[in-house]
Write a new protein. Structure first.
Length: 213
C-alpha cells in the first residue's frame, strides 16, 4: 500500500484510539501510527503468514517489537476485542470486509476505517445496518485508480440514497465524480436495452452525478 493511502487512513485515527489493522501486509500503517504517536496502541494482523513475517521484519527494523504486537488471524478470529476499539480494513473487496465484520463485537468497537476495492454502495449500506454510520470519506488517485477511504462511527447520521451510492459529496474530489459519470456513460452505451432495470439505474446515477458537478 502506498504512503498516500497509508497517510489518508492515518488521518482518521485519533490519539485515544486502540487500533487493529486487519490485513496489515508490511505493517507500514502500524509503524507510522506508533512512530508519530498518532494513537494509543496498534496491533498488526494478517491471515497470511508470509505477509505477517514481512510485517515483523519491518517492525524489528524500527525497533518497535515491544510496541506493535503481531497476530496471525483470519480477520477478527484471533483478536481480543477487549484490547481494541478501532478497526482498520483496507485493500480488500466488500464481500471480504463484510465477512470480517460479522465477528465484530459492537459494544467494544467504536470506529471502523474501511477502504474497499469494489461495491461501495453495498459496503456503505450494510455497515449502516450494523449500526456504524459514514462520517467522512477521502478519495485518492494513484496508478490510474481511485481509492475511497471511509470513517464509520456509532454517531447516528442519516444517509441519502445518493450518498450511499457516491459517498458524502466533497468539492475537493470533483475529478472522482467526473470519472464516475464518464464510466457510467460508457456502460450505458454498451448495455443491452433488454436489461431495462440496469439502464434505468445507470441513468439515475448519472442524474445524481450531474447535480454534484
Amino acid at each position: 500500500m502506498s504512503k498516500l493511502r497509508i497517510n489518508s487512513i492515518a488521518s482518521f485515527i485519533e490519539k485515544e484510539d486502540r487500533v487493529v489493522d486487519i490485513g496489515c501486509d508490511h505493517a507500514y500503517l502500524a509503524i507510522l501510527l506508533i512512530k508519530k504517536q498518532i494513537c494509543q496502541s496498534v496491533i498488526a494482523s494478517d491471515i497470511n503468514e508470509n505477509a505477517l513475517n514481512s510485517a515483523k521484519k519491518n517492525i524489528k527494523k524500527e525497533h518497535l517489537e515491544k510496541k506493535i504486537p503481531t497476530i496471525l488471524s483470519d480477520g477478527l478470529e484471533n483478536i481480543n476485542q477487549n484490547q481494541i476499539d478501532t478497526l482498520v480494513i483496507a485493500g480488500m473487496g466488500t464481500s471480504t470486509i463484510l465477512h470480517i465484520l460479522e465477528k465484530i463485537e459492537k459494544d467494544k468497537i467504536k470506529k471502523i476505517v474501511l477502504q474497499s476495492n469494489n461495491d461501495l454502495y453495498c459496503l456503505r449500506k450494510k455497515v449502516k445496518k450494523m449500526g456504524y454510520y459514514l462520517q467522512n470519506e477521502k478519495v485518492i488517485y494513484e496508478k490510474g485508480h481511485y481509492y475511497v477511504i471511509g470513517k464509520y462511527t456509532k454517531k447516528k447520521k442519516r444517509l441519502k440514497k445518493c450518498e450511499l451510492y457516491f459517498g458524502l459529496y466533497q468539492k475537493a474530489y470533483k475529478d472522482y465524480y467526473v470519472y464516475l459519470q464518464q464510466e457510467y456513460k460508457k456502460i450505458n452505451l454498451k448495455i443491452n436495452y433488454k436489461h431495462l432495470k440496469e439502464k434505468i439505474m445507470l441513468l439515475y446515477k448519472m442524474r445524481i452525478l450531474k447535480k454534484y458537478l
